[in-house]
Write a protein that binds this ligand. Structure first.
Ligand SMILES: [Ca+2]
Length: 221
């Protein structure tokens, strides 16, 4: 069973894409939270500004589990360096940033994880969730993009952006392999202290080849 998983996913992991779009410029009292620039390999909790989460099943009810550990991929072999990620049981779901000095890949799969990029990957049985938690009441601007890193395999992914849960879905769609939303902007989003904005990827159908680049910035002010 373990070997079967290795082959299936190896055949599914894909190729690189656009770089992170420029974050909105800060001016005056504004502050920009950037999921890549702010990425932490040590902090992931209910009170973290950014948290790395998942859902078993596909209910977007706002109750998402924290990925329990940060570390290497125990199934796939990344080269030249495993960038590491927040993972469940050392594999999937996964959320990480390639902070190494090079692009990294899984040999024979066609998948490249670009240097400086956030990669997220759901498991077969649920969602992977990147969460921003508002420290205070504010009106914010949200910019994001989802890009499938696999151009040659799999069935693509589903994506969602929501305010706390699916009762306030702010954007959603599906991407074919290699597809991208491009950078999208939501303005005038009112949040209260403790509110969450969730960026979510689901497997669509199969979870093979579902590595997805995610960019997200939230600007207050
Ligand atoms: Ca898929």
């Amino acid at each position: 069973m373990r070997f079967r998983n290795i082959v299936w996913v190896a055949g599914a992991l894909g190729l690189a894409c656009e770089q992170n779009p420029a974050a909105p410029s800060s001016a005056g009292a504004t502050h920009t939270y950037d999921v890549v620039a702010d990425f932490s390999t040590t902090s992931n909790s209910d009170t973290s500004v950014w948290s790395y989460r998942y859902q078993i099943g596909f209910a977007r009810d706002g109750n998402y589990l924290l990925l329990s550990g940060y570390g290497p991929d125990v199934i796939e072999q990344w080269t030249p360096i495993d960038p590491g990620a927040w993972r469940a049981q050392g594999y999937l779901p996964a959320i990480g940033v390639n902070a190494t000095t090079s692009d990294d890949s899984i040999i024979g799969t066609g998948l490249t994880w670009p240097r400086g990029a956030m990669l997220v990957h759901p498991n077969y049985d649920g969602l992977v969730v990147l969460t921003w938690r508002s420290p205070s009441a504010a009106v914010v601007t949200v910019e994001f993009s989802f890009t499938s890193l696999h151009r040659v395999c799999g069935d693509g992914i589903d994506w969602f952006v929501e305010h706390n849960s699916d009762t306030a879905t702010m954007g959603s769609g599906s991407l074919d392999p290699g597809g991208s939303t491009g950078t999208r902007r939501l303005t005038g989003v009112r949040v209260q202290a403790g509110d969450r904005i969730n960026f979510i990827v689901g497997p669509r159908a199969g979870y093979a080849c579902d590595s997805t680049q995610l960019t997200a910035t939230i600007t207050t002010g």
